[in-house]
Ligand binder design. Sequence first.
Ligand SMILES: Cc1cc2nc3c(=O)[nH]c(=O)nc-3n(C[C@H](O)[C@H](O)[C@H](O)COP(=O)(O)OP(=O)(O)OC[C@H]3O[C@@H](n4cnc5c(N)ncnc54)[C@H](O)[C@@H]3O)c2cc1C
Length: 368
Amino acid sequence: MPFEEIDILIIGAGPSGSSTALHLLSRDPSMRGRIMVVDKKTFPRQKLCGGGLTEDAETILRELGLNIEEIPNVVVGTLYFSTPVNQFEYRSSNSSHTLRVIDRATFDGWLLSKLLAAGVQVRQGVTVTNFQQTATDCLVSTQQGEIKAKVVVLAEGSNGTLSRLAFPGRKPNKARLVEWYTDEKNLTPGQAVFDYSPINKNINGYYWDFPSISGLRAKGFFDSTIGNGSIGSLAALAPNGQVVGGHPILQFTPRHNNQNGRILAVGDCAGADPLLGEGISFALGTGAKAAKHIIKAMQRPNWDLAHYQWTIINSPMGRSLYIRWIIAHILFGLPAPVFQWLIWDVLNKAVIWIARHWVLGWARKKTT
Ligand SMILES: Cc1cc2nc3c(=O)[nH]c(=O)nc-3n(C[C@H](O)[C@H](O)[C@H](O)COP(=O)(O)OP(=O)(O)OC[C@H]3O[C@@H](n4cnc5c(N)ncnc54)[C@H](O)[C@@H]3O)c2cc1C
């Protein structure tokens, strides 16, 4: 079996894996020959996703010198919120648009093309099956051979099997999502809907209605599975036969550790947002954090990666995730009409203020 050695092995070439590599390169261009990215799929690969990019995702891309307008996208000015008790609109106060919708296969392929253009070693169609750690290295087994790495970045997404090996004590809390496309023309391409009214039907989440670059509307359900009322089958709520697919996402919890020895988790593997199911900005953001942490660790004699989780939590990104985690528990854990009325109606202005200042816009704030 072939055997290779590399300093930093990134498993998964989705947004979190690509972001880690791109941030390593932007911090130190000499890292080029010291990084390898492997993915079991060949890009562009399909990925079930609403494709909504928030301003935080765009901020991180801009800081990397990447222009999202290079790929097709639809700009959304206003988000319409429906709740069990009222309706309201949300617009960004920092930008002319609030959301940008991309096609995930195109977006992930575009990010990967930036890595390839920079000369990073990318192995597509390579499945990692196992790894073993020593004090100084990690020996990674793939179906094509073995790779010895000083640091392994786990960017395998929500449904991977490797995080169970890397973090054996973890109790994963997974949200469930289903998605489908329709040719309904009830909204303009510049409008997107977050409909929380299904909380009344014991769904611990919401229903989304986004534009897509194909012109069809992308719709779906997000069920956080926080609280007691989770329904048996989300797919049963979608119009007959229209479901494209369903997928779980691993939700952020402050209790998770995302570092074990020489392994760091990024993206969904580290935990996506439990309130909205937003994952792309956090995939890009945790990639940035991991890259900074690795570069710092490389200056120490033993490449000690300790305190990675602390650098995540103690950052504007970590605080946003923490606040989303708290809000999700209140919102989905208290479905009774009186609590929903209190949250959405009585506290409406406070909810919008928190969304503006604590939930979104974290990528613009600098880590203290
Ligand atoms: C239905 C749905 C809708 C969503 N909508 C949105 C949205 O509108 N906006 C938003 O921000 N987020 C959304 N998300 C969440 C978003 O898709 C994820 O948070 C995001 O994909 C996480 O990126 P990642 O890089 O961590 O993982 P992924 O994108 O899942 O990438 C992981 C990669 O690892 C590879 N891999 C896995 N195992 C191995 C292995 N053993 N060896 C080698 N390679 C491996 C996979 O092939 C894959 O390419 C949605 C999710 C779902 C399910």
